[in-house]
Design a protein around this ligand. Structure first.
Ligand code: IVH
Length: 676
């Protein structure tokens, strides 16, 4: 048996190796080992530490997700104020900025600038003492921020300990500032999941980043794909740099991720070229960028220039032109969601914005409407965030005569029941669990592709089924007869048969689809899967305690409470008991019982498949326990390449990711099923 000392040495060696490979992967974007090899290192370290907890160190890569939720964030004072940036509106103002600097320095020589992407995220400061991450805080008011150390630690590209190649010196103190961002792909996925789970979507990726970072429970932060880029120094001791460019290079060597698009420019004209290039390319980025930051490169010159009113004289932000349009609000309607929440929606005079016609924009909630003082008849400025959701930036011209302030209705606009609103909360809810609007949304969700996947149960049909009282609860779907359907609008015998066949087909669905379909608040597709695998049957899930629920990956206190609430409602229990036997006995997804070779394997799809749609391919992968992601990285296990594959194929080849053609992919799925 190895001695404790030997094990300690091995743990230290593993941590160093893992740190090295993190550096290759996150900072250099040039990994040396495969995913499986990396995972093996992590597992070995985890096993060592589990067997000998005394070997654990706080900066061990196994210790990213820490302590239980606390009440609120502590306040952190920044040793050096976190400044903000002045803006330049156009090229003329950029040249003025440059001329001002030359005047101030009494010099005609061209100024060297570092041009960087202005990331639209959340500013944070990380403090490394003797190489160890000790505190991370938000910008706050520039002087004081919030302590978000536990959450920042969960971001995989943040080193808990600075990288130390070849025994290089580690500074006593290094404060670095950067931007936490929410990647766009992850953002769309998160919002889709939130909507499916009955939660309000985030307005834009920036809010999603802020919302994820300001979670009291670091497990929630850990489940979000946050990323970080470092861009400026705070206080430094035991290390110094002569310029912004050498600072960026230096911190990169220490394992801190910097944006690869930064560029050293020899004059303001080169900065303008950079801005033009980036304006063209910004849509290729997987994160939101709102402009370019130009910084005087020399720290000596920066020092000489100093600052005015909380902004440095040596830096400026040159924003991109936003994708905006102006239009008028014709009406404000209130929609009722699946859990009864009311959402005000602006009905707009249709307008073109970034290539699509927009006629609706969610106003999110009453607070938002009051803050922006939005009223019917007003002209408003619309913007598309992350090129997805249109939202109203502000009122540009008040309606004349001006309409009264918008008020939330006291009664549900659909069923007329009372509306409840808790003092101090933003939400308004229809109290009627039988509200047709809620029922409509519930059925729509139940039948949706990622839930019970019942084809042919479209919005119009659902609305009629509810209106005619044919479906009052989800289980009523399974008692529909042909004669109920015939006679409904656009329902002939053949289409009625098709709908009934699709409903009957859903009886064979796996348990995770049923759980997802119930529409429990906070429970989306992936949580439903985890619950199905853990509990194995709907009855076991119905009786699970909050503690048992919280033992499941992804399930925190709030989610557990919501699941308990759902199942302690007698009406929900009765509905489930009335579901056909076959459905009540639904089993966890195939992979749990199957061979499981695809379990947790990540797939990327590219090009066109011949025999199945992209959605169907995704479903098959999920059913086999795999994951589907949007872009190829070192973590990708398989790239499925159909006809006319794009750049993903090249990237996969570069990274050594296994590439499958359609036949190989189908064969893999077949093996998975037949061996199960
Ligand atoms: S430098 C004094 N560099 O923009 C220097 N800031 O309006 C200030 N930001 O609070 C920071 N990308 O959160 C810098 N490449 C970049 C940036 C950047 C985004 C944010 C930062 C700051 C805000 C200033």
């Amino acid at each position: 048996m190895p001695s404790l000392k030997e094990l300690d040495a091995e743990a230290a060696r593993l941590r160093e190796l893992i740190s090295h490979h993190n550096y290759r992967y996150y900072v250099l974007d040039d990994p040396e080992i495969t995913d499986a090899e990396y995972d093996a290192l992590m597992r070995r370290l985890e096993a060592l530490e589990a067997a000998h907890p005394e070997l654990r160190t706080p900066d061990s890569p196994t210790q990213r997700v820490g302590a239980a939720p606390s009440e609120k964030f502590a306040v952190v004072a920044h040793r050096q104020m976190m400044l903000s940036l002045a803006n330049a509106m156009d090229a003329g103002e950029m040249r003025e900025f440059d001329a001002r600097i030359k005047r101030f320095l009494r010099s005609d020589a061209e100024i060297e600038y570092v041009a960087e992407v202005k990331l639209d995220g959340l500013a944070v400061e990380l403090v490394y003492e003797h190489g160890r991450l000790t505190v991370a805080s938000t910008r706050g008011d520039g002087l004081h921020g919030e302590d978000v150390t536990a959450n920042i630690r969960t971001i995989k590209s943040v080193p808990l300990r600075l990288h130390q190649p070849d025994g290089a010196a580690i500074p006593q103190l290094l404060e670095v500032r950067g931007e936490v961002i929410f990647p766009l792909r992850g953002f769309q996925r998160l919002n889709a999941e939130r909507v499916a789970a009955g939660e309000p979507p985030f307005v834009n990726p920036r809010n999603a980043a802020a919302g994820s970072l300001r979670q009291l429970d670091p497990r929630i932060t850990a489940s979000r794909p946050l990323e970080i880029f470092f861009h400026s120094p705070g206080v430094m001791e035991g290390i110094s740099f002569a310029s912004q460019w050498s600072f960026l290079e230096g911190i990169k060597r220490l394992g801190l991720r910097v944006n690869p698009l930064s560029r050293l420019c020899r004059s303001v004209e080169e900065v303008l070229d950079y801005w033009n290039e980036l304006t063209e390319r910004r849509h290729e980025l997987d994160y939101e960028a709102d402009g370019v930051v130009a910084k005087v490169n020399s720290f000596a010159l920066q020092h000489q220039l100093g600052e005015v009113s909380r902004s440095p004289r040596w830096a400026v932000a040159y924003k991109f032109k936003a994708q905006q349009a102006e239009t008028r609000i014709n009406a404000i309607e209130v929609q009722v969601g699946r859990i009864g929440s009311l959402t005000p929606v602006a009905k707009l005079e249709p307008v073109q914005l970034a290539g699509v016609t927009i006629s609706n924009a969610s106003l999110h909630n009453l607070d938002e409407i009051r803050r922006k003082d939005i009223r019917v008849g007003d002209k408003v400025l619309l913007e598309r965030a992350g090129d997805v959701i249109p939202y109203i930036v502000r009122v540009t011209e008040k309606g004349r005569p001006r309409a009264g302030e918008f008020r939330m209705p006291e009664h549900c606009p659909v069923c007329g029941a009372a509306i409840v609103h808790e003092e101090g909360e933003v939400g308004y809810f229809c109290v009627n669990a039988n509200c047709p609007a809620r029922m409509r949304e519930s059925i729509r969700h139940f039948a949706s592709k990622n839930a019970m996947n019942i084809d042919g149960l479209g919005d119009k049909l659902v609305a009629q089924l509810v209106e005619k009282g044919l479906v009052r609860e989800l289980d009523d779907l399974y008692r529909l007869r042909k004669e109920d359907l015939i006679g409904l609008e656009r329902m002939a015998a053949k289409s009625a048969e098709n709908v009934l066949a699709a409903i009957a087909g859903s009886l064979n669905n796996s348990l995770d689809r049923l759980i997802n379909g119930l529409g429990i608040r906070h429970v989306g597709e992936s949580t439903a899967r985890a619950l199905a695998i853990r509990f194995g049957s709907i009855t076991a899930l119905m009786d699970a305690s909050e503690d048992e629920l919280m033992a499941v990956r992804d399930v925190g206190a709030e989610v557990a409470r919501s699941i308990r609430e759902y199942f302690s409602e007698p009406r929900n229990r009765r509905m489930i008991e009335r579901l056909p036997e076959q459905l009540r006995r639904a089993q966890p997804p195939a992979a749990a019982g199957g061979r499981g070779a695809l379990r947790d394997k990540s797939f990327v799809l590219t090009g066109t498949l011949e025999t199945l749609t992209r959605e169907a391919a995704e479903q098959r992968i999920l059913a086999a326990g795999g994951r589907v992601t949007g872009s190829v990285s070192r973590k990708t296990d398989f790239l499925v390449a159909g006809a006319d594959p794009g750049s993903k194929l090249r990237k996969a080849r570069e990274l050594g990711v296994t590439v499958l053609d359609e036949d190989q992919f189908l064969a893999l799925l077949r093996d998975e099923q037949s061996d199960g």
